[in-house]
Every structure is written in C-alpha cells, then in structure tokens.
Design a protein around this ligand. Structure first.
Ligand SMILES: [Zn+2]
Ligand SMILES: [Zn+2]
Ligand SMILES: [Zn+2]
Ligand SMILES: [Zn+2]
Ligand SMILES: [Zn+2]
Ligand SMILES: [Zn+2]
Ligand SMILES: [Zn+2]
Length: 1736
C-alpha cells in the first residue's frame, strides 16, 4: 500500500506543479543518488526493487494519472489489436537467423528462429546463418517479403492492416505522456552524453556534494583480456577471480567501476592502472573518476532506456508520442533533436549504453513507417559524421549506430525517398571519397602503397550502404528520382575516375622488382564495387532516358581521363594491302593499368542500349562523328595483352603481385566487371571498325605485327618462344571475340541461357558437387547464381554414399554445346575439360574432333563482326600459322597454336554454312571457303592446301580428326554453294561415306585398333582397380588367417575321414567335436618372415587396443572404480563399464614388434605435437601396416588340440555326474585351502598331512579322471602374456601398472567376456549371422583374446586363481569359507561363465608337479560349469521378468510344462512372484532372455575349443529365437532348456532354495532394488530430428546451467545419452583429476568411459573424443538437398538427417572404432596447431 500511496503522492505533486518537468527532474535529482552507487558492490535485486518503488512507479502513476495497473488495463481494452505486429526481436551474436531465397526482397531480410518455425518459409528454399549480432527480426515487415511477411504469431489477421497507427490515446494521457517522455528522454540523453565527471547540471545538483567517487575502467580493443587482468591485480590489489570477473564485465558492458572511495584514493587507483597498463602496451587503459552522483544518474538513465521500451510496448499511441519527442527539435538552444544528439554521441558511448540505445531505437522509431522515414532522414543527414566517428572508433561495427543502415536503406520505398529527398547516393559516395582522399596521388588517382588495412576495412563498410540503397531497382521513375539518381551516378563516376588507370605497372627488365607492389587494396575495392557497378547498370537499364544520359556522362568522363597518354604520333602500318593509321604503343615497354572501371562501365551500358534498342537514339546524346572506337578499345586491349604477356612469361621479373592481379582479373570473383567487359569493349570496336583494321590493331598491340608481316626474324629461342605463346593468346582472343556471344544485347540470349552455358562447361570438366558449382559461378547481389533454375535441365544428380557427396553429371544431349575454348576456363580447367571430352568421345567410338558449337546469331548492332572471319588479314594470319606447321619449322609453331587456328577455321566454316543455309547462296558475301582456297593457290600455298597437307603430318596426329572434320566442312560448304548436295543440313557422318574406300578401310582398321587398345586399357584399369581394392580391404587382415568357414570344413573332412568320427558339431562335453582351426604359419608384417604358432617357437603377437567401454551399459553415467570397493571379479549385470580389446589383426614377431616400438618411441618423442596422436607413456603406437591406434599386443597361443576316446569319455561320464563333480570340487577347494593354511603354519610339512585319510582321498579324487602336463611356453610368449595382461589390467581398472595385482587374471577373463558380448551385440544389431559374418581381423582378434585369457592362469599365482575360482563358484554353490557372495541377481552370468571355465584347470595344480586336467576332464568341467551357470542365469531371467506381460497361446508343450513346474517351485520359495502365469509365458520370456548369453557362450567355446559350429548358425536367422536349438546342440544343452532342471533335479533343488532365499531376491521382487531385465536393451545413439532446424531450435532454448549471462554459448549434444552441454565455455569447466576440463570432456569421462561422440549444434559438426587430449571433428550426419554436409553452416541450405550416415556413426561407436578414427584423422591432418580438446 505504501508503494501506491507514495506513487500517488508524487504524481499529484508533479501534476499540480507549475513546471511539471522541473518538478520531476528535481525529484530525480534528489532520489537517484539515494538509490544508486551506495556501495562498491550493490545488491542488485534490492536496488532494483527500490528503484521501481521510488522512481519508476511514481512516474508510471503520473503517466496514467491513476494506479498504473488500472490505467494499463483500460489502455489495453480500448487499444486491443493495435499493438505492434512486427516481431522486432534483436539478435544476439551467434543466434541462428533464417532468410528465404524464394520470398525475401534481399538477403538482409531475416527471421528469428521462432518466427521462422511458424512461417510459410519453413517449406521454402530457406537459408540459415549465424547472426553477427545487432539487427532484428523482419517478421511483419510488409516490405521485406514478397510473400508470407508474417508468421502465424505476428499475423494481424486479414482485416486489421498494419496501418492501425491512428493514435487512440485519450488526450489527457497523451499530454502527460508528452510531458513525461520529453523530460525523461532529455534527461537520459543528457546523462549519457554527459562529459563532466564531477559536476551535474543545475537542476540535478545535490544539496550536499559528497566526497565519494568511483574509479571506472573502460573497455578498449587495444588491450587483451590478460593485460587487463594483470593490470587490475597489480593496481587495485584484487585477486585473480575478482580481476577475471571485472574484466569479463568490462568486456561485455564496456565499463565497470573497479574502486569506490575518496577522490584521492580513486586518483591513486587511476594512476596505478594507467601506469601498469602503459608498461605492457605503451598505451594506458582508459580510466575515469566519476562522482557517485554522476555515476548514479548515468546508471538510472540507462535503466530508463529499458523502462521506455516496456512503456512504449504497451500501445502504439505511446510509441508514437515517444517517437515525436525523440524527433522534435529541442525547444531550447541547439536545434538538434534528442535522437540526433544521441546518434552523434554514439561513438563516445560505452558498449552497454550503446546496446540499450540501439534497442530503444529498434523498438520505437524503426517499428513505424512514418517515424522510420523521419529517422532515416536524420540518419542520412548525419551520415558523414557518423561514418567518420565509426572509422576512428575502435569498437566493432555491430555495436555502432552506423550498423542501423541495413534496417533503413534496404526498405525499397524508403530508399527511393532518401534518394529523392536526401540525395543519399551522393551523400554516401561523398563520404567514401572523403575517407579515401588521403590515398590520392598527384594525378588524382588512388595509390594504396603503405595503406592502413584496418582503417581501409572500416571504410569499405560504407560500400555496403550503397549496395543496400541500390538493392531494389525502381519500377516507376519520377523526374526527381532521375535527377537525383544521375547526380549520384555522376559522383560515382568521379570516384571511378580515381580508379581508372590507377596503380599502373611497367615491365621490369634485367632485375627483379625489389618490393612487390601493393595490389590487394585495389582489388578489394574492385570486389566491393562489383555488385554496385552491376546495380547501377541495372537501374539504368530500367529507364531508357536514364540509360542514355548515363552513357553520355560516362563517355564524357572517359574522354576526359588523360591516363596513359600516347607518347608518339600516329603512323601507318601496312598489311594485305590495308593501311592502319594508329599511334604506336607497346605494353611491354610502357606503363599499363589493370584498373579501368569507366571503360568497362561504358561497355556495359552500351550493351544494355543494344539490348533494348535505345542505341538508335544514341546519336542524339553522343556525336557519332566523335566516337572513336579505336580509342575506346585501346585501354581494354592493353589490359588483355598484359594478361597474355604475363601468360607468356614476359613479366616474370615483376613478381607475384602482378600474377595475382592477372589471376583475379579473370577469376569468377571479378571477371564480370573486368575481363568480360574488356572483351565486350573489343567486340563493340570490332563491330564498328573495318575488320582488317581491327585485326591489324590487335596484331600491333600483341607486338606480333612485324612477325606476321614477315619483316622480322629471330634466332633467340627465348624470343621465338614468346612469339609462339603470344600467337596462341592472340588467336585465342580472336576465337573469343567472334565466338563468345552469350551476353544479352550481343546476341538474343536470356540470363538463364548464360547460366546454362556456364554450368554445361563446368560439368564438361567433371561431375561436380552443388557447392563447387555455386563457387564457380558468379553470384549476383542476392547471392544467387541462377543455378537452381537450370541444373535439373542440364544435369542428373547422383546421390552420395555413406561418405563423400552428391554429384551432378552433364546430360548427354548438352555435350554438343561444349566449346574447348570457353573463355571462362582457366588454363588447368581448359586442359582438364579437353582431356575429359576427348576421352569420352574415344569411349563412345566417335572421332576426337572437338568442333566449335554453333553460336547464337549476333544482334543487329553486332552482326558485322562476323566479317572478321573472312577478311584478308584473318586469312593471312591463319595461312602464316599453318604454313609454319606444314613446313615443319620446329620452334616456329606449337600444337596449341594449330589447335586454335583449326578452331578458327571451323568457326568460319560454320558461319558460312549457317549463312548459306539461311539464304540464297548468291546473296551470301561471306566467302571464307572461297578465299581460303584461292588466296595463295598459285604457289600451292592456300589455306586449304595447307590444311590438306597437314592431314598426313605425323607431328599433328592428335589434331588429325579436327583437320579431317574441317576438310569435310569445306565439302559441305561447297555443296551448299553449288546446291549440288542436300540443301538443308548435311550431317557429318554422311560425308564420311564419301571418303575413298581406302580411307574408309584405313579408318576402320584404325578404329578397330583403337577399340582394341581402349578395351585393353579398360581391362588393365579394372585389374589395377581390383588390385587396389584388394589391397585396401586386405590391409586390415593378415593374409594367413584361416578362413572361418571354408578352411575349417576342408580340415574337418580330412580329419573325419581319417579318424572315423562323425563330424560332431558339439563344442564341449563328452561329445565334443574335433578342433580344426589352429593358427597356421603366419607372416610377420615387419620382417616378412613366416613363422608357425607353437608353444616353443618365438612368440607371434597381434596388434591390439584395450579401452574402457560403455557400449553395453544399462546404466549410463554409472562409473566403477576399484577405489570405491568395486570387486572386479563380479561384473554387475548392468555392464556399466567393461574392458574391450580389439585388434586390426596384424601379426608380428614379438621381437620385431619390440624393436619397432622402441624406435617409434624414440622418434615420436621429438616430433611436434606427437603427444596428440599417441600417448607414449601409456604404450600407444600405430599399427605399422594400417596405422590403427594400438596400446598393446596379444600373444598368439596355439589352441590345445583335444583328441580323446569317446568310449572312455562315456565311461568317465557314468561316474562323474554333476552331483559327484560338485562334491569333488568342493572338497578339492577345502583341501587346497587347508593345505595352504598348514603350509603357512608348518614349514616344510607335507601338504596332505593336514587332512584326514578320507579327506585326502576326496582331495585327490579330482585327479583320477585324467590329468596331463600343461603346455610349456617359451620365454618370449610368457613375456608377452605379461605385457598384454598388464595393459588390460591398467586400462580396465584405470590403475598404475602392476603385474602382481591379484586382479590381473580377473581382468583378462573380463575383457574376454566383455569383448565377446560386444561382438554378439554388434552382430545382433546389424542382423548378421552369429558365425561366418565377422571380418577376418575381428575373428583373429577374438580368437587371440580367448586363447590369451585361457593361458593367463599359467602365469598367475595358483593360490590367487584358486581363490578367485572359489569365490566365483560360491555364487552358485555353497563353498566353505567363502562369504559375502553376491546374489544371483547381482552378477553377469556370462562373465561368471568365462571366469569359471578359464580358471578351473588351476584346481588340478599340485605343489610339486604342474598338472592340468586331461581332455576328457576338461570336457566334463566345461559341461558341468555351463549347465550350472545356464540354470543360474535362467533363474535370474525368470526372477527379473516376473512382472512381464503375459503372452497368449497357452499350448501345454513339454517345455511349457517344465517351465510351469520351475515357476511354481520358485514361487514357493520366494515372496512376491506373481501367480497365474502360464508355463508358455515363462518359457518364452526365459528363452528370449537367455539367448544373448547362449550366443555369447557359443562364440566363446568355438574360440576356446576350435570346434566348428553347425552350418545353420552361419546363416542369417529369420528370428534370433529360431536358432536356439542349434545353439543348444552346439553347447551340449538340451533343446528344451527347462529339461536341465529336471535332469539335475536332485542337485539343483537345494541350490535353487539357497538362491531364492537370498535377501536380495525378495528386495528385488518388492521393487526395492534396481534390476536388469533380459534380454538387455541394446544401446543406440539418440534419435535425431529429420530437419536440422528443429535441432537448432532446441539449442536456441538451451540455457547454461552455470551462468545467466547472454553471451554466446556452444550447445553441444551428447549422442550417447542426449544431454545438452555448454561446451568451450569457462562457466562450465570442472576439475577432473586435478585439471580444468570443459563440460564435454568431463561428461565423456562418465558417459562413455572417456569416449565421447558429440554434436556441436550451431557448428553442425560431430566431435569425436577419446581421452582428455584427443579429439577430432567429423562431418555431421546431415545433408542438404544436394547431398553435401555443411560444416559451420557455411552455406546455410536446409539440412536433413541421413540415416545411413548416422548408422555409420553408430557402428563406429559399437565397434569401438572412435579411437581409431581420431588417430587416423589426426594423422591425416598432421596437426600443426594443437586444439585444446580438453576444454571442449
Ligand atoms: Zn521474430
Ligand atoms: Zn513473427
Ligand atoms: Zn519463402
Ligand atoms: Zn618379424
Ligand atoms: Zn593393423
Ligand atoms: Zn552422454
Ligand atoms: Zn556454461
């Protein structure tokens, strides 16, 4: 209540005051200093609350004249619907914004994410890109969009138009608003631009001035972050974190108080900061001391900025009042409006203040058409001043008020008004001119040597504004617009005049240039102007009068340019009875410039005049008698000759600068306003001049005139070479001048035709990706190339595979358009295209003549140009060229020269043919063929003669087809002239029939020979490709690994025939089949020597990589650590973290590997950044053959061949039942333990003495079923066993290496079990057969791991392994002296199986003798262990799936009955099992749950015993369950698994009771314990949306959990679990093992056990991570419609998920190949710059 009372109180007081403004102001003067700046570190929330209560609320009360809540409600009721329908959202830096290529008026029209998602453009050809910050959403701006201007959210509906701008405020409110806004806005502006630091204006002065000051530090771009932190720590004695906070705030806000105190203490701080910072960079930091009162008012002024935004957002009326106030000229003193004052002070404001002001402008003046116009006028008025300020300011452009230009200049109607009323074109160009004046030389031309690139960069920004203004050409011209446009054009010409002929070069002879001349600035300018020049021409073309006047202006300016005057008087040159009267000039001797914008602009305008026919009025504007085309063509011709001479290596002493200029002159980025226009100018001249004279001029300028006149010769090889090259270039130029007609105005073509032709020629080089096409085509000002409209017409799209990108290939019907001398080909492109097309023609069996395509006819204004092709000088030139070839004066001619000459002949003949076909032969004056045959014929030296002779020249074999084609064309033309042949068309292949029979036969022979040759080549190519493929794919395997199926079968048949045993496919137990897959002789990849794998032979090892893995986890994010009392012997059933061992399958001698490894260690240590690639400390190395990353080797252990007598096996079986076996085991364990204890107490006593006689018998009875000596391995194998086991232990448990740790054997068994489970999971995921579908390398690796793990017991302490065995067995059986055993719900049974099977042989160990079970004993051990474990696992499955859905179909089979019996038994002994579940349901659930275990067991035993599995398991099953019988039979299990329980009823019943009684079971059944269900769920990568913008949208809502600032964040998605992280940001760094790491690294440590796969959403890029220091980028699985990825969203096309590519990523993860992929990509990149992956 207090609040509203004080509000009302003040408001009434002000209302009644005589001068309300003064009253309000004095209130502020009194209260503001009482609320702000009271402490050094204010409590922001409390402060804000007080401000609202004491200042803002009373102001609002005053505004509404009542309680603001009430007033606002009233306002909104009568004002509904008229609030702004523009979005106006202001973009932050990095925010994704969208434009629409179909609908946006220009590319600067953008939508925010939210509007875009709700707009029609979502289904259009949209573009996305990251905003540079500043600027706002154009949703709702009718002028920005051709269609769909509003999203569904900002659509005002159909009836309400945008112009609901009528102010509907009641008059009282309006008046109060005016008063209030006027005083507050003035206050705000005054305070922001306030320069005094100690005093306030009169009205605000406090009664008592306090001696309290702030020392304020300002942001600048001169000092780095670290500098400021360092300085602060020194100067104000704050700690590191404090200094960092200050610095971050200063960077963000632009300023920050760093000290509060008396004037003196602040002065000290200031001096200290300045001196400390000066020491670092010679330039002090900007520091000011502000009185607290001043500071307080400044802070409140900014607060008012946001308050205004809120208030004017309430109603259009209030907004309008605000705009009026802002634009009103001030009543007192200066004439400037408030908005002008603040604009003009922009560069002096600090960052935070600017931001607030700009946002206020966005939300007020720019939201309203009329006020936008008024603001734009003010902006234009101050334009020059603002740009000057910006250029001397060091802030970035996005926080400068000049950046607002894009918001106003791009509005078409506004742009036109600004031209008409503000003469904005002139203003802008004048501004640029002003800025660039310093670069003018004495001739009034630019000269950029030694320019300041930073400042120059800032100046260039002004050109953007010119582009914005010109972006849409007017549809209607007013007289005013014409006048102002032409005025602007004139100023523009003055600017160009400073460029015409600038930075001229002179050929350097003798010495190389000492300093490379500056050229980049000039070309930067040219590139900036490129679009502007195009737009000026575009504007001109839309109005005939403007066009003619512009031409006139341009012509006059060009004529007035006195650049590069001639130095000599005109002279006469004679050739072919022609005289050319011209002045001499030599490019090779006199200065020449590449910059001729005025000549080129004139050429452009002339073509436009021709295009729309206005050229007929030209004589009214330019006196035709005065137009001297030789003069007009002079400069462009010089420039082209310069390029030719550079090509001919004549300018190599002028250095790289010139080479670069010539390159850009013809490059796609510049050519349309440089090279292309020069060609046009020459074409104009050619059409106006006598053709002979024109060609003579060309010869003169190419400095070839005398040579072609036969007046000079040289023996200097260098000179001859130059002449040859120049002749080539000169002929090429003539080809271009007569042949290149694809310019609207020169011939009757459309823009689409032009693009079509460009695309055809690009695709003639090779099939191309969409993005490469786009890059090779010139863009217009809207970044459009026109590609879209033609691509489907000329090309077919080939989709990409899982890597690479989609390609476009040219359709065959367009091949006839191919011109090998296409003028936009670079030299490499030219030869590539020529080669490709010749190759294609050869493959098709056609001739290799690359004839010129038929060009479109010239427009009337240019039609006379064709006479170039039949004038005397032309024939003369060609004759001279061909003559040299015929006379074969080597080094006087070159093949390219002949090629060009032949092309010209062909062009001429084509022209003649076209003319003859088009009209009566008598009327055709184009007589090339006649002249070619006649001139010189008296001496047998006519062009035709030469051509005929050339046909048989061996040196011109390659041109033969082209010569033949030309000769045929002569025939065709002859026929047409004589009307003897078919008149209409005369296809070439018909003329072939006229060849003589001999020719024909010869041709046929040749064709056949060539076809045969081609065939041979093709086969060779195929062979070599196959070989390559073979090598590629076999790189991964080693040659000698036994084939999984075929090999084993052959061996098996041999064995069976010999041994007379049926090839039993049972892997274990008394029926165990014959082992047949042992290692064969292997070749060491290092020394290439062969070696058998034998126990006593030197060890062979396999490359291997051990890594922790969470691929199978059922509990993502859980970590296991030995430090946390985790006992690795029992793998928990959630498989949280496993240890995977993979191999690339390459084999080496252990000794070879050791040598290699040492060598690698020594060399890599010295390599830069090698530690990024491989972690030497942890034993990493690259496989010498395939470069896979490895960290250990697995020794190859020979499989123990098992052969036994099946009869004795059966006999043993009768005695060794399960119950007897259990009994024997238990007593053996007890005995061993007793013996060990006795051993410890009584030194040297016989171990058996501690036992009773009976016990003794039992203790030894285990041995009675057969023992044998264990295999003895040679030293090197045992050594490698230790190496491998230590690595597995170290990596798996993340512990220091320790080969004595009792967990060493355990980890070997674990990695064996886990690796098998991972493979089983992968095969299931990929739908592959259990056997036979593994790659050889995977199979070899797996087998090696199993054998290695089996051998591990031999190297470990027997007592330790015996203890492990006892502990594991205790899960299933009561074992004496073992306690605290986990329940059957708390272990993974497959790990248990592997552990038990691999450790049981140790029980046979006697102290004095090494013993192990015989084959038969082993068989029974395997059988009993498997049966027991399987039963345990079945019960585990049953218990964990007790509440699963009931499956229908209660058919009471044996199986179902047995299952029902089991279920009821379990029900009796547990509490909480559901009743009434059918036996069928139980059977199905258990079978499904137990299947992965059985599949893994089958893989395990097949590797362990080497018995081949039944063939049925090598084919892909319809359903996994259907293979259960085969798996069971292979594993010696009954087909009906429940039978087990009945077969072993006596043994299992007490055991089951024991299992069920465990308290863990009842807890689980009551749901008090997390349980794992079977089959376990298979992990996949998270689902990604199909449309990438959906993902961007999600990321845009992302909020960093640790900070609230609005700085740009990098949302990064974990693809394993779907969590969104804040990457690369200090806010989310955490400590990991005492090191600061980024959010991703920290997350990967738990989520993926160190391995990570992340999607950086804004960058559209995958990041693979492994360990703290390694990572690599990888393309995201999103493709655009052209089958290409878009890293960094550089192109911004719509992106869609590629399921195949995502699948590939999934496979990479599941197969543990991430580490390998990273190592490979790092190796390829050969990183020079270390990226700090751990900070991600
Ligand atoms: Zn929006
Ligand atoms: Zn919208
Ligand atoms: Zn659209
Ligand atoms: Zn070797
Ligand atoms: Zn390898
Ligand atoms: Zn994750
Ligand atoms: Zn963060």
């Amino acid at each position: 209540m207090a609040e509203s009372q004080s509000g009302e109180l003040f408001s009434t007081k002000w209302q009644e005051a005589s001068n309300r403004g003064a009253a309000i102001l004095s209130h502020l003067g009194e209260h503001v200093p009482l609320l702000y700046c009271l402490e050094a570190e204010p409590q922001q929330r409390e402060e804000e609350q007080k401000v609202e209560e004491h200042l803002l609320f009373p102001l609002e009360w005053f505004l509404f004249g009542e309680d603001p809540h009430v007033g606002l409600e009233k306002l909104q009721q009568c004002d509904s619907g008229s609030s702004s329908q523009q979005c106006g959202r202001v973009f932050k830096e990095g925010e994704t914004v969208y434009s629409c290529r179909d609908c946006a008026i220009d590319p600067t029209c953008v939508l925010c994410m939210e509007c875009f998602q709700k707009s029609v453009h979502k289904s259009h050809r949209y573009k996305m890109h990251a905003s540079a910050g500043g600027g706002f959403c154009d949703c709702g701006d009718l002028e920005a969009w051709k269609t769909g201007p509003c999203c569904s959210q900002h659509d005002p509906g159909t009836s309400v138009a945008m112009e609901t701008d009528e102010c509907t405020l009641d008059s009282g409110l309006e008046e109060r608003a005016q008063t209030l806004f006027r005083v507050l806005l003035r206050y705000t502006v005054d305070m922001l631009v306030w320069k005094e630091t100690d005093e306030l204006q009169e009205e605000l002065k406090p009664k008592v001035k306090e001696d309290k000051y702030f020392c304020v530090l300002y942001n600048d771009e001169h000092h780095s972050y670290d500098h400021v932190i360092y300085t602060l720590q020194r100067a104000i004695r704050c700690d590191q974190t404090e200094a960092q906070t200050y610095t971050a705030l200063i960077d963000r806000e632009g300023r920050r108080a760093v000290k509060r105190g008396t004037l003196r203490s602040c002065q000290q701080a200031k001096d200290s900061i300045r001196s400390n910072s000066e020491q670092l960079t010679q330039q002090p930091l900007r520091v000011e001391i502000l009185n607290t009162a001043v500071m307080a008012h400044q802070i409140f002024a900014l607060r008012l900025g946001t308050w205004f935004q809120k208030i004017i957002g309430y109603s259009v009326g209030l907004r309008q009042v605000f705009c009026q106030v802002a634009l009103d000229p001030c009543v007192d003193g200066d004439k400037l409006s408030l908005i002008s004052r603040v604009m003009l002070h922009d560069a002096g404001l600090y960052k935070g203040a600017r931001k607030v002001i700009h946002e206020l402008i966005f939300s007020s003046l720019l939201m309203d058409t009329e006020y936008k116009r008024q603001f734009a006028m003010k902006f234009t008025e101050h334009y020059k001043q603002l740009q000057e300020d910006f250029i001397s300011d060091d802030h970035q452009r996005n926080i400068s008020v000049t950046a607002l230009s894009v918001q106003i200049f791009t509005v078409p109607t506004l742009a036109r008004q600004l031209i008409e009323e503000g003469n904005v074109i002139k203003v802008i160009i004048d501004t640029v001119m002003e800025m660039m004046r310093e670069h003018l030389d004495s001739n009034g031309r630019f000269h950029f040597q030694g320019y300041n690139s930073d400042k120059f960069f800032r100046v260039q920004v002004i050109f953007h504004d010119l582009r914005y203004i010109l972006i849409s050409k007017p549809s209607v011209w007013t007289e005013e617009l014409r006048v102002k446009f032409l005025e602007g054009f004139r100023v523009f010409l003055c600017f160009l005049r400073c460029m015409q002929g600038m930075e001229e070069v002179k050929r350097q002879v003798g010495q190389h240039v000492e300093v490379e001349p500056e050229w980049e600035a000039g070309f930067t300018l040219q590139m900036q102007l490129r679009h502007i020049l195009g737009m000026f021409q575009d504007w001109c073309s839309s109005d005939e009068r403007v066009m003619l006047l512009a031409f006139q202006e341009c012509y006059q300016v060009l004529m007035s340019c006195t650049n590069q005057p001639f130095r000599s008087e005109p002279t006469d040159s004679y050739m072919c009875k022609q005289i050319l009267h011209a002045r001499s000039y030599k490019v090779s001797q006199e200065p020449v410039s590449i910059h001729l914008p005025i000549s080129r602009l004139l050429a452009g305008l002339y073509v436009l005049l021709c295009q729309n026919g206005a050229v007929q009025f030209l004589p009214d504007f330019v006196d035709p008698a005065q137009m001297n085309f030789i003069e007009l063509a002079e400069q462009p011709l010089r420039c082209i000759v310069l390029a030719a001479q550079v090509c001919a290596d004549m300018w190599r002493r002028n250095g790289l600068s010139l080479v670069s200029q010539v390159y850009y002159y013809q490059d796609v980025k510049c050519r349309d306003e440089m090279f292309d226009k020069d060609v046009i100018m020459l074409q104009i001249a050619a059409s106006k001049m006598d053709p002979n004279h024109f060609l003579m001029l060309i010869l003169l300028r190419f400095e070839l005139f005398e040579m072609f006149n036969g007046n000079c010769s040289s023996k200097d090889q260098e000179v001859l070479k130059q002449w040859n090259r120049l002749t080539e270039e000169m002929l090429y130029l003539i080809i271009i001048i007569v042949g290149e007609r694809y310019v609207p105005g020169i011939s009757d073509v459309s823009k689409e035709d032009v693009t079509t032709r460009e695309v055809i020629h690009l695709l003639c080089i090779e099939p191309m990706a969409h993005s490469s096409l786009v890059k090779s085509l010139p863009e217009n000002e809207s970044h459009e190339t026109g590609l879209e409209s033609v691509i489907s017409k000329v090309a077919t799209f080939k989709k990409p595979g899982v890597s690479g990108h989609g390609l476009y290939g040219l359709k065959n019907e367009w091949l006839k358009e191919f011109n090998p001398f296409f003028y936009h080909y670079s030299r490499p492109q030219h030869s590539k295209a020529e080669e490709a097309q010749k190759k294609r023609r050869t493959q098709e069996g056609s001739d290799k003549a690359l004839r010129p395509p038929v060009p479109p006819p010239f427009c009337p204004a240019f039609s006379s140009m064709v006479h170039l092709l039949c004038c005397d000088v032309f024939i003369h030139v060609l004759r001279r060229v061909l003559q040299k070839a015929v006379e074969d004066r080597s080094n006087r001619w070159t093949e390219p020269m002949i090629q060009r000459a032949l092309h010209l002949v062909a062009q001429a003949l084509l022209e003649e043919k076209t003319q003859l076909q088009g009209s009566n032969p008598e009327d055709v004056t184009f007589e090339f063929s006649l002249k070619a045959q006649k001139i010189g014929s008296e001496h047998g030296k006519s062009l035709f003669h030469f051509l005929s002779k050339m046909k048989s020249l061996p040196s011109l074999e390659a041109q033969k087809d082209m010569i033949t084609w030309n000769l045929q064309m002569f025939e065709v033309v002859k026929c047409l002239r004589e009307k003897s042949g078919p008149v209409v068309s005369f296809p070439i292949h018909q003329s072939k029939s006229e060849e003589s029979v001999q020719d024909k036969e010869k041709a046929e022979r040749k064709r056949k020979a060539e076809a045969a040759k081609a065939h041979r080549q093709k086969i060779m190519a195929q062979m070599s490709a196959m070989q390559k493929n073979f090598i590629e794919s076999n790189k991964m395997l080693y040659d000698n690994v036994p084939e999984s199926s075929s090999q084993s079968e052959t061996t098996a048949t041999v064995e069976s025939s010999r041994m007379d045993v049926d090839d039993s496919r049972v892997a274990l137990g008394p029926q165990q089949g014959v082992c047949c897959t042992d290692w064969e002789a292997l070749t060491c990849i290092l020394c290439q020597e062969e070696q058998e794998v034998q126990a006593q032979a030197p060890a062979m090892v396999l490359t291997a990589c051990v890594q922790r893995s969470t691929v199978l986890t059922q509990c993502r994010g859980k970590t296991l650590s030995v430090k946390d009392q985790y006992y690795p012997l029992f793998m928990p059933p959630d498989l949280a973290v496993g240890t995977h061992t993979g191999s690339c399958g390459h084999v080496m001698h252990a000794t070879c590997w050791q040598k290699y490894f040492e060598a690698v260690q020594n060399t890599t240590r010295n390599r830069l950044h090698a530690e990024l690639l491989i972690d030497l400390e942890n034993g990493e190395y690259m496989c010498p053959l395939c470069k896979s990353l490895c960290n250990t080797v697995i020794p190859l252990i020979p499989v123990e061949a098992c052969q036994f007598d099946y009869d004795s096996a059966e006999l043993v079986g009768q005695h060794l039942t399960l119950s007897r076996w259990i009994q024997i085991l238990v007593s053996r364990i007890r005995g061993l333990k007793a013996a060990r204890e006795a051993d410890n107490s009584e030194q040297g006593a016989d171990q058996a003495t501690a036992l009773s006689v009976e016990e003794q018998a039992d203790f030894r009875s285990i041995l009675s079923f057969g023992v044998q000596e264990p295999p003895k391995f040679c030293h090197s194998i045992t050594e490698m066993l230790v190496v491998c086991a230590t690595t597995v232990h170290r990596v798996g448990l993340q512990m220091a290496p320790n080969d004595l740790c009792p967990y060493v054997p355990v980890m070997s068994w674990n990695t064996c079990a886990y690796t098998i489970q991972a493979i089983e999971n992968m095969l299931q995921e990929e739908g592959k057969a259990l056997f036979g579908s593994l790659q050889n390398r995977q199979l070899a690796g797996l087998k090696a791991v199993v054998q290695f793990s089996a051998a591990q017991r031999l190297k470990s302490s027997h007592a330790v392994v015996q203890q492990h065995f006892a502990n594991m067995l205790a899960v299933l059986l009561p074992v004496p002296n073992v306690e605290d055993t986990p329940s059957i719900l708390e272990v993974d049974f497959f790990h248990l199986l592997v552990g038990l099977v691999l450790s049981i042989p140790v029980l046979y160990q006697e102290e004095a003798v090494d013993l192990q079970p015989s084959a038969i004993s082993t068989a029974y051990n395997h059988l009993h262990v498997l049966h027991l474990v399987t039963m345990g696992h079945m019960l585990q499955v049953l218990l964990t799936s007790h509440d699963c859905a009931v499956i229908g179909g209660a058919e009471e089979s044996d199986e179902a009955q047995a299952a029902a019996a089991l279920y009821s038994f379990v029900s009796q002994h547990t509490d909480g099992l559901r009743s009434g579940v059918s036996g069928f349901t139980v059977a199905e659930t258990v079978k499904r749950g137990v299947l992965p275990f059985l599949r893994s067991a089958a893989l395990f035993f097949s590797c362990l015993t080497g018995v081949p599995p039944p063939e049925e398991l090598s084919i892909v099953a319809e359903s996994p369950e259907s293979q259960l019988p085969f798996i069971c039979s292979y594993l010696a299990l009954p087909c009906n698994l429940f039978q087990l329980f009945q077969d072993h009823r006596d043994v299992i019943t007490p055991l089951m009771k024991r299992w069920c009684e465990n308290t863990a079971i009842s807890k689980a059944l009551k749901g008090e314990m997390h349980i794992i269900r079977y089959p376990r769920k298979r992990n996949r990568l998270i689902d990604l949306p199909e449309d990438y913008s959906v993902l961007l949208n999600q990321a845009s809502h992302f909020k960093c959990p640790n900070s609230s600032d609005d700085e740009r964040k990098h949302p990064t998605l974990c693809l394993l679990c779907g969590v969104m992280l804040c990457a690369q940001s200090p806010c989310c760094q955490v400590q990991l093992n005492g090191e600061d790491v980024g959010a991703c690294t920290a997350h990967a440590a738990t989520c993926g056990a160190g391995v990570g796969m992340f999607l950086r959403v804004r960058e559209c890029e995958i990041v693979l991570m492994a360990s703290r220091t390694r990572g690599s980028p990888y393309p995201a699985p999103y493709l655009d419609d052209y089958g290409e990825t878009d890293p960094q969203l550089g192109r911004g096309n719509p992106l869609h998920l590629s399921p195949e590519r995502y699948r590939k990523l999934l496979n990479m993860w599941q197969q543990h190949c991430i580490l390998e992929e990273i190592a490979r990509s790092l190796e390829v990149l050969n990183v020079m710059f270390a990226f700090e992956w751990q900070m991600l």
